[in-house]
Design a protein around this ligand. Structure first.
Ligand code: THU
Length: 162
């Protein structure tokens, strides 16, 4: 048996260091926090998806008293983007968070289910999706591919019928 290692690469910095277009996308994600429906967790998440055609799709987390029936902001935005523009590639997704109950001092990584959904679209479009995570203190983490956020991702080729 042999030990193997994976190298992950991401960029860590401040909001002010982003490009104008990236700052704009983060601003969209941040303003989407106002549309979050999170009466149970008090944890607000906004997600904005930039498409290849220049469209920006915004989403936010939508909770439910039957907890698992709710949906994360990333999937709300990604599924809507997929439903509205099924053939347009996704360039970037920006995610911003805020908590009513505790101080968030660093970026929050999307949950595994959201990363799996991002991975599906990255795989489908055969083009990397950039992920920008934004904290309330204006820290940012940039992953240039979803794969770097989800090593060992479950991919579809083995399941697809040709
Ligand atoms: N949440 C998101 O919207 N995105 C994530 O990646 C993690 C968690 C939401 C789900 C729930 O409404 C609240 O945050 C607390 O888990």
């Amino acid at each position: 048996m042999k030990e193997k290692k994976i190298e992950l690469s991401f960029i860590s910095g401040k909001l002010t260091e982003l490009s104008v277009q990236e700052k704009q996308l983060v601003a969209n994600a941040k303003s989407s926090l106002t549309t979050a429906y999170a009466p149970y967790s008090g944890f607000l998440v906004g997600a904005s998806v930039l498409l290849d055609n220049g469209e920006i799709i915004n989403g936010s987390n939508q909770e439910n008293v039957a907890y698992p029936s709710g949906l994360c902001a990333e999937r709300v935005a990604l599924f809507y983007a997929g439903a509205r523009f099924p053939d347009v590639k996704i360039k970037t997704i920006a995610v911003s968070v805020m908590s009513k109950n505790f101080k968030v001092i660093d970026v929050i990584s999307p949950c595994g289910a959201c990363r799996q959904v991002m991975a599906e679209y990255e795989d489908k479009q055969e083009q990397a999706i950039k992920v920008i995570l934004h904290s309330p203190t204006d820290q940012v983490l940039i992953a240039n591919t979803v794969e770097s956020l989800l090593p060992f991702m479950f991919k579809s080729p083995l399941l697809k019928q040709h």
